[in-house]
Design a protein around this ligand. Sequence first.
Ligand SMILES: NC(=O)c1ccc[n+]([C@@H]2O[C@H](COP(=O)([O-])OP(=O)(O)OC[C@H]3O[C@@H](n4cnc5c(N)ncnc54)[C@H](OP(=O)(O)O)[C@@H]3O)[C@@H](O)[C@H]2O)c1
Length: 292
Amino acid sequence: MFLLTGVTGAAGSIVLREFVKQQVPVRVLVRDPAKAVQLAAAEPTIEVVVGDMLHADTLGPAMEGVDRALMISSPRDRMVETQCRFIDAAKQFGVRHIVKFGGKESGTTFDLTAFRGTRWHLEIEAYLEASGLEWTHLHPSQFMQMYLPEALTGVDSARHALVMPIGASRLAPVDIQDIAEVCVAMMRAEGIEGQAFDMTGPEALTSTEIVEQLSAATGTTFTYELVTRRRKRELHAEQGLPGPVIDLLDELYAGRAGSPEAHIDVSTHERFGVTPTTFAEFARRNAPAFTA
Ligand SMILES: NC(=O)c1ccc[n+]([C@@H]2O[C@H](COP(=O)([O-])OP(=O)(O)OC[C@H]3O[C@@H](n4cnc5c(N)ncnc54)[C@H](OP(=O)(O)O)[C@@H]3O)[C@@H](O)[C@H]2O)c1
């Protein structure tokens, strides 16, 4: 039995959709009873169990009989505590193996310990490795979906502008759909214990190249608007983001601005037989969302 968490979120919902598409039976943990009811009605092939990763005493029914769990939770909202308590519960309830969905910046000189988002993932990985459970780490780079207008950190669709304070730094974003296909294959694979899998998209692109590809895919001209970090903070505040989230994003932009080149690593795609999606393909698939 496989257990998935985080399936109501950006990445987990696409991972779950791929499990359903491939008809691979799974159990999913959902903390909000209303979302659990909704999900169970929409996806009759999955088993939905209510529980909260922060509270081990709610996790017994979700973990009973589970061999391997794919652990995903929010990048903020007490991520370290949430995932470490889930690991404790997995030990208590006899789960053998946790696949940790983490994150890694593709910038060649990006300091993973200086940005809290990546530092938290490293802390959780160390905790998991010391837990005595079998472990596997998945390290996707930035999601291509972060450029969708509704993702807030990327495109301002009203002005058709990518507004960023990261200069000409390159990123190698990856499509969550590729990650989802890797997750399904990985959860069914033998011999992945004790390994870490890095995963980027197939190209390292500047923000200028991103908007060129968006323009070509949508037939609408997009521009890259380079702003200061201070201005980007103001824009996030106008979007209604809470102060701590703005601080976290500001740390990320500082790291990216200081790391101009990006690695490309599609070895995980290759290992699990997934064709890497290019940004142009992603932009064409999502053209209506970019121009709506
Ligand atoms: N953004 C990127 O470009 C990027 C790139 C690489 C890696 N990552 C990593 O990917 C991971 C997932 O990110 P995301 O954007 O998909 O997150 P998200 O949209 O915020 O979704 C988080 C999910 O975790 C669930 N969750 C949170 N706390 C929980 C708890 N205590 N008990 C049970 N479920 C809980 C949420 O449930 P509710 O619906 O109840 O809130 C939701 O389903 C993060 O660790 C992030 O660091 C992100």
